[in-house]
Design a binder for this molecule. Structure first.
Ligand code: SF4
Length: 289
């Protein structure tokens, strides 16, 4: 694969533009924020929410690496809950682990009833993939590009399950579920599908994934709201991510050509919490109107 970077010069063939789910999310939130964070490499503060997310993600990753399906095979639901809970650490998030242990106990019993316990643990657990994605010049008629590009995608898929010989990536979220999150969750999962579909076969195989098996569904899990959702993949979400990438490339084209800064999406109510509020031109101008 080619070298890749966030400090990208679109006039060069290499290094190519690096895109992660987080960088894309930052750009979609506010292109100026993206510029501060990813092009200028300015740090952001670790918040309590971020720390909580990291700890719970690590605990769940370890849980799937540790759980012994053979040992659990003959347990009833109460025994499963106790066993599953015992595999989580004792820290500030035992209430979240308790929800996860109970929901895994129910899922275990459902899968056992279907005689499919070999699918209880995912085929991939926190797997990091890299891929190159071709973006044609006229992919997005609203944002014609100067030329065709190839970009580098990088991401970590929380869990990849298999069911009926089809893959289902599942994303863990440690916030509260709200229905309005559906569109952004679909885009996040579409990013993973693009990542998987464009990852070289040998890399997928090295991570224990079969390139001949398709991702046909995707889903997300919000344990704090005890909410799990799975649906068929949506081509419209994949198209939306591809079009979003053309906007990001277009911002770099303008930035590299004429020094035009990435546009802001200033909104006083939320901008006040931005790490870059103190240096953001839009935020500073707001005080004068
Ligand atoms: S303060 Fe608002 S407009 Fe400025 S970078 Fe942050 S999110 Fe963007």
């Amino acid at each position: 694969m080619k070298e890749y970077t966030y400090q990208w010069d679109n006039q060069l063939e290499e290094p190519i533009l690096k895109i992660s789910k987080s960088s894309m999310g930052s750009y979609n939130w506010c292109p100026t924020k993206y510029q501060f964070q990813y092009i200028e490499g300015r740090p952001i503060d670790q918040t309590e929410v971020m720390r909580k997310g990291t700890i719970i993600h690590n605990s769940r990753e370890d849980w799937f690496n540790t759980v012994d399906v053979k040992k659990a095979e003959s347990m009833d639901e109460e025994e499963l809950k106790v066993y599953f809970m015992s595999l989580y650490p004792i820290d500030d998030y035992t209430d979240v682990y308790s929800v996860m242990a109970s929901s895994e106990a129910r899922r275990f019993i459902e899968i056992r009833n279907e005689d499919a316990l070999d699918t209880f643990v995912p085929v991939a657990n926190e797997v990091k993939l890299d891929a190159e994605l071709f973006i044609p010049q006229n992919l997005n008629p609203k944002v014609p590009l100067q030329r065709d590009y190839t970009v580098h995608l990088q991401g970590i898929i929380d869990r990849m399950f298999i069911e009926n010989n089809q893959y289902i990536p599942m994303e863990l979220k440690t916030g509260v579920w709200k229905d309005w999150r559906t569109t952004s969750m679909r885009k996040e999962m579409a990013f993973y599908k693009l990542l998987f579909d464009n990852c070289p076969d040998e890399d997928l195989i090295a991570h224990g994934l079969d390139p001949n098996i398709d991702i046909t569904h995707w889903g997300w899990y919000y344990p704090i709201s005890n909410y799990t959702y799975v649906e068929e993949v949506k081509k419209s979400s994949t198209n939306a991510v591809m079009k979003g990438i053309t906007k990001l490339i277009h911002s770099y084209e303008k930035f590299n050509d004429g020094g035009e800064i990435f546009e802001d999406k200033f909104y006083a109510k939320t901008c006040i919490n931005c790490d870059f509020y103190g240096i953001c031109p839009a935020a500073q101008n707001d005080g004068w109107v």
